[in-house]
Design a protein around this ligand. Structure first.
Ligand SMILES: [Zn+2]
Length: 218
């Protein structure tokens, strides 16, 4: 019986998924979607994680302090690596490792922020100021979208694309929960073509000394 892949329902993608896939893979080679601090700040702005004003002021500050810009980049890259590694771990063992959980909680804790009332120098009015590091807050917001998936008991819907050269992360929202590829038209189709080729090759090569030909697994 021919099976038709269910159409993906229209659904907003989880923030952590969008962020994790800023590092994508093309035939197994990494493709960096956030190559510098400006790209990172623009991405955070696009996602509504920082304001336009914050983006401009962080850009100014980090252009003047290159080592600090590198440290900030590293913090986000660390989260992205953690998301990829945790997704791999969860798709094979069903849950994150204790160390991965600790790392995630560490990031959540560093996004701590609070509001504080401040009195004007002339003591005529109060203003409400947000205290905390805005980039660490943005990073914690991404991390918490991932933490929410675990808290919602939906971790069994987390997938890493079955195409080895792709490794795209996604959450399977299909009713059957049997989606294996990030995109049926690209990766799913590639897998079908590869299976077809392997079968054709196996037919073309007759078995030697009665040993059956090795079937390439996809
Ligand atoms: Zn894929």
């Amino acid at each position: 019986m021919k099976q038709v892949a269910p159409k993906e329902p229209e659904q907003a993608e989880e923030l952590f998924v969008t962020f994790a896939n800023t590092l994508s893979y093309s035939r197994g080679r990494p493709v960096e979607g956030l190559p510098d601090i400006d790209a990172l700040l623009s991405w955070l702005r696009e996602q509504g994680l920082i304001s336009d004003r914050a983006r401009a002021s962080e850009a100014g500050r980090l252009h003047r302090d290159v080592p600090e810009a590198e440290r900030r980049m590293e913090r986000f890259q660390m989260l992205r690596t953690l998301l990829h590694e945790t997704a791999e771990e969860m798709t094979s063992t069903g849950q994150p490792s204790a160390e991965q959980l600790r790392a995630l909680n560490h990031i959540l804790r560093h996004g701590l922020h609070y509001h504080q009332l401040r009195h004007d120098p002339d003591a005529t009015r109060y203003t409400l100021a947000q205290v905390g590091d805005r980039l660490d807050q943005a990073r914690a917001t991404i991390a918490s979208s991932f933490a929410q998936l675990l808290a919602d008991d939906a971790s069994d819907r987390l997938r890493v694309c079955a195409n080895e050269g792709c490794r795209w992360i996604f959450v399977d929202h299909s009713p059957t929960g049997r989606r294996r590829w990030c995109d049926m038209r690209t990766c799913g189709n590639q897998a079908k073509v590869a299976r077809h080729r392997a079968r054709a090759k196996a037919r073309a090569m007759p078995p030697v000394h009665g040993v059956p030909p090795v079937q390439a697994s996809v």
